[in-house]
Design a protein around this ligand. Structure first.
Ligand code: GDP
Ligand code: MN
Length: 345
């Protein structure tokens, strides 16, 4: 039902197998922004990823928090991996609401967002989290010398044994970004994101990549039952609770300028711009679309969606299942859209 093309699997030559080339280890970390209260959910995610993949490669974990991690959090997370765990506090200036955000205007905006049933609108920390994930995580001093990351949230599942080094795969195949799930977003969470992007492009057409995925970003074939697009943006986005990425892209001048433009425009607070649509639009415009990779072989779940490959290496995940929620949620899948415009990458 996802309309995905057949027969394209990541080839796993020996070069990607564990310890095939230990000297050429990739500069990478597993990365989680997480709260102390989410310890159990984090342990669950870690156990899944360690069992299916990381125990073969032992990439370090880096945990981020806006408050210090508890000793219990540190002890229990370190206990489920042989790899090194780092615990990092987010600098105040990366987390706090920017000075140019007007509190009264924010409160007014929340009312409008709530009228449109936008979840978490009144939770300021959610807006802060989206902003940090959009434009700040890769600026943390602890990541200064790290190139690749795999973002992991608490309470997610990994189902398939993955036998090759995905970071090496990214590196050797010149990939910038890897995803598992593509979804439509609630248009009312991002009504001015595309208009702001158009303004930015008018000043910075030089950042548009020759092989961009703009047609995917602006596609009009949005699911028919819903209120269409968000002012020209299809709302299709890489679901960013899973990301495998090369931070070189986020650290580029193009993305830096784009993020600063958006940040000034205020939509992280006056609307509820997510890091997923922000990352996705930037990738769709400023990156070579052939450098974006669908990890079809990584079985994944973040409630309520799945990526479930058809493979004997996958356990506890029904092949092809997209959701375990209500049937209409199947309409949120926009991977076919990506395949249509861009192919497999
Ligand atoms: P959802 O997936 O959109 O429902 O949002 P989540 O509640 O899962 O939040 C996304 C990620 O950000 C998760 O990894 C959370 O642990 C993390 N997160 C969200 N808000 C905060 C916060 O205020 N502090 C910290 N430290 N982490 C947060
Ligand atoms: Mn989540």
């Amino acid at each position: 039902p996802t309309g995905e093309p057949e027969g394209h699997l990541v080839h796993t030559s020996d070069a990607y197998l564990p310890d095939a080339n230990p000297s050429a280890r990739i500069n990478a970390t597993l990365l989680a922004l997480v709260r102390n209260e989410e310890l159990e959910g984090m342990l669950q995610s870690m156990r899944d990823l360690e069992r299916t993949w990381n125990h073969k490669f032992n990439y370090p974990w880096t945990f981020f928090n806006d408050v210090p991690f508890t000793e219990e959090f540190k002890r229990k997370t370190q206990a489920v991996t042989k790899a090194k765990c780092n615990y990092e506090l987010i600098p105040k200036e990366h987390w706090e609401v920017p000075s140019w955000i007007n509190d009264d205007l924010y409160k007014e905006s929340v009312k409008i967002l709530e009228e449109h049933d936008i979840q978490y609108a009144d939770k300021i920390s959610y807006h802060q989290m989206c902003r940090w994930n959009s434009g700040l995580f890769y600026k943390h001093p602890a990541l200064q010398n790290t190139q690749y990351y795999w973002r992991v949230e608490p309470k997610v599942h990994f189902f398939c044994d993955v036998d090759y080094d995905v970071f090496r795969y990214m590196h050797d195949n010149n990939k910038t970004y890897g995803f598992t799930i593509n979804l439509y977003d609630a248009p009312y969470s991002v009504p001015s994101l595309w208009p702001e992007t158009i303004k930015f492009l008018a000043q910075h057409s030089e950042y548009l990549h020759d092989n961009n995925a703009r047609d995917w970003v602006t596609d009009k074939l949005r699911r028919p039952s819903h209120n269409d697009q968000a002012s020209g943006y299809s709302t299709c986005h890489f679901w960013s609770n899973f990301e495998i990425g090369d931070m070189t892209f986020w650290r580029s001048q193009a993305y830096e300028d784009y993020f600063n433009h958006l940040d000034r425009a205020g939509g992280f607070f006056y609307e509820r711009w997510g890091d997923a649509p922000v990352h996705s639009i930037a990738l769709g415009l400023f990156e070579d679309s052939s450098r974006i990779h669908w990890f079809r072989d990584i079985g994944y779940q973040h409630i309520p969606f799945f990526n479930c490959p058809n493979s004997p290496k996958c356990h506890g995940c029904t092949t092809g299942r997209f959701t375990d929620g209500e049937a209409w949620l199947n309409m949120e899948d926009c991977r076919p859209n990506w395949f249509k415009y861009v192919g497999m990458g």
